[in-house]
Design a protein around this ligand. Structure first.
Ligand code: SAM
Length: 329
C-alpha cells in the first residue's frame, strides 16, 4: 500500500506520458513553448507499463489516469491503455486530454479499454480559443468531445479554467453547452503552476466567484457531501438535478486531507503533489536493473514522505520548478 504518515492511501495514479503539448494555454506555458524533455529521458511504453503494473498489482493502485503534456501526442497510447486495462485487478483507466485528435482515436481507445475521459475546454468562442491557446484548434476540440460521447465514454467530463476578463463571462454559456450535450463540466481554479510564473491571487477566479456567476442563472444544490471522499470536485445539482456541475477549488478550498493521488512524470519521477518540490527517481534504478520489489519499496518510501498539504497559503510557499505540463495535470 502507498500509505503516507498521515494515514492517506494513494490509489489514484496520474501518469504523464509526455511533457509536450500542441496548445500553449496561457495559464500553462509561454507561446513559444518550453525546452521539452529529451526523448532519451522519457520512459518508454514498456517502462511505463512496468511501473504501472507494480502500482496496480503490488501497491493497491485502483485508478490510472494518463495525462501530460498532451497524452494523445504519444503514438503508443492505445497500446499503453490496452496493457493497463489488462492488468489484474483491472484498474479504472482514464485520460485527461485537450481533445485534439480524439475524434480519430476515441473508438480505438475504448476498444483498448479506456473507461473515462476529461477534455479541457475553456471557451466556446473560436477567437478567444486562439488567443488563449495560441493555436486555431477550437473545432478539433469540439469534434473530439462529441466523438468521445458518441463512443460511450459517458459522462464526458469537461475541465475549464476561468480567467478574469478573458473567459469568466462564459461560465454560464459553458455550463449550458455541457448540460445540452450530457457532458459534466468542472471548473478548476487557476493554480500557480505556469512556466512563466504569471499566476496572481488577484487574477484567479475563485470557487466562490464561480458559484456566484453560475447562481445568477442556475439553482445549485450541494450534492452527495458525504460521498465526496477524495474527489477534488465539489459537485452541485443543477436546477434540482440529475445534471451536475463541479468546482475544484484547489487554491481556496484545498482538499489535501483526503488526497489519494500520486504522480509519475514522463521522465520517471514520483511526485506526491502537483506542488511538491521533492521528487523520487524511479527511472534510474529501473534502468540500472532494479527488481520489481526494489522499485515498489522505493515507491512506498517516496509516498510515506507526502506532506500534509500543498502549502500555497504558507508564507514560505515556493512554486515548483516543474511547470504543470511537465508534471502531468
Ligand atoms: N493536455 C491535457 C489537457 O489539456 O487536458 C492534459 C494536461 S493539462 C496540464 C491537464 C489540465 O490541467 C487541463 O484541464 C488544464 O486546463 C489544467 N491546467 C493547466 N495549467 C493549469 C493551471 N495553472 N491551473 C489550473 N489548471 C491548469
Amino acid at each position: 500500500m502507498l500509505r503516507d504518515s498521515f494515514g492517506r492511501v494513494a490509489t489514484d495514479l496520474r501518469v504523464s506520458l509526455t511533457d509536450k503539448c500542441n496548445l500553449r494555454c496561457t495559464y500553462c506555458m509561454p507561446p513559444e513553448g518550453l525546452d521539452w524533455l529529451p526523448n532519451a529521458q522519457l520512459l518508454t511504453a514498456d517502462e511505463i507499463v512496468r511501473l504501472v503494473t507494480i502500482g496496480v498489482e503490488q501497491l493497491g493502485v485502483t485508478e490510472v489516469r494518463y495525462t501530460g503534456g498532451e497524452p494523445l501526442l504519444r503514438r503508443e497510447l492505445p497500446d499503453i491503455v490496452g496493457r493497463t486495462a489488462a492488468l489484474s485487478p483491472k484498474p479504472q483507466v482514464s485520460l485527461t486530454t485537450n481533445g485534439i485528435g480524439l475524434a480519430r482515436l476515441a473508438g480505438t481507445l475504448v476498444e483498448a479499454g479506456l473507461d473515462r475521459v476529461n477534455v479541457s475546454l475553456d471557451t466556446l468562442d473560436r477567437d478567444t480559443f486562439k488567443r488563449l491557446a495560441h493555436r486555431d484548434r477550437f473545432e478539433d476540440v469540439i469534434a473530439g468531445l462529441s466523438a468521445a460521447h458518441d463512443v460511450g465514454l459517458r459522462p464526458v467530463k469537461v475541465n475549464t479554467v476561468l480567467m478574469r476578463d478573458v473567459n469568466d463571462h462564459e461560465a454560464v454559456p459553458l455550463l449550458r453547452y455541457c448540460l445540452d450535450r450530457g457532458y459534466e463540466l468542472r471548473f478548476i481554479e487557476q493554480m500557480p503552476l505556469d512556466a512563466q510564473h504569471g499566476w496572481s491571487r488577484e487574477g484567479m477566479v475563485t470557487a466562490d466567484e464561480i458559484l456566484a456567476l453560475l447562481s445568477v442563472s442556475f439553482d445549485l444544490t450541494p450534492d452527495d457531501l458525504e460521498e465526496r471522499g477524495s474527489a477534488p470536485a465539489e459537485r452541485f445539482l443543477v436546477d434540482g438535478g440529475p445534471a451536475r456541475v463541479g468546482v475544484i477549488g484547489s487554491v481556496t478550498r484545498p482538499f489535501c486531507g483526503a488526497c489519494d493521488r500520486v504522480r509519475l512524470t514522463a521522465d520517471g519521477q514520483i511526485r506526491n503533489c502537483l506542488f511538491a518540490t521533492e521528487e523520487s527517481d524511479l527511472k534510474t534504478p529501473l534502468r540500472d536493473g532494479a527488481s520489481d520489489e526494489e522499485l515498489a519499496a522505493r515507491w512506498v518510501a517516496a509516498v510515506s514522505r507526502k506532506r500534509a498539504g500543498h502549502g500555497i497559503d504558507d508564507p514560505s510557499f515556493l512554486q515548483p520548478s516543474r511547470p504543470m505540463s511537465a508534471i502531468g495535470g
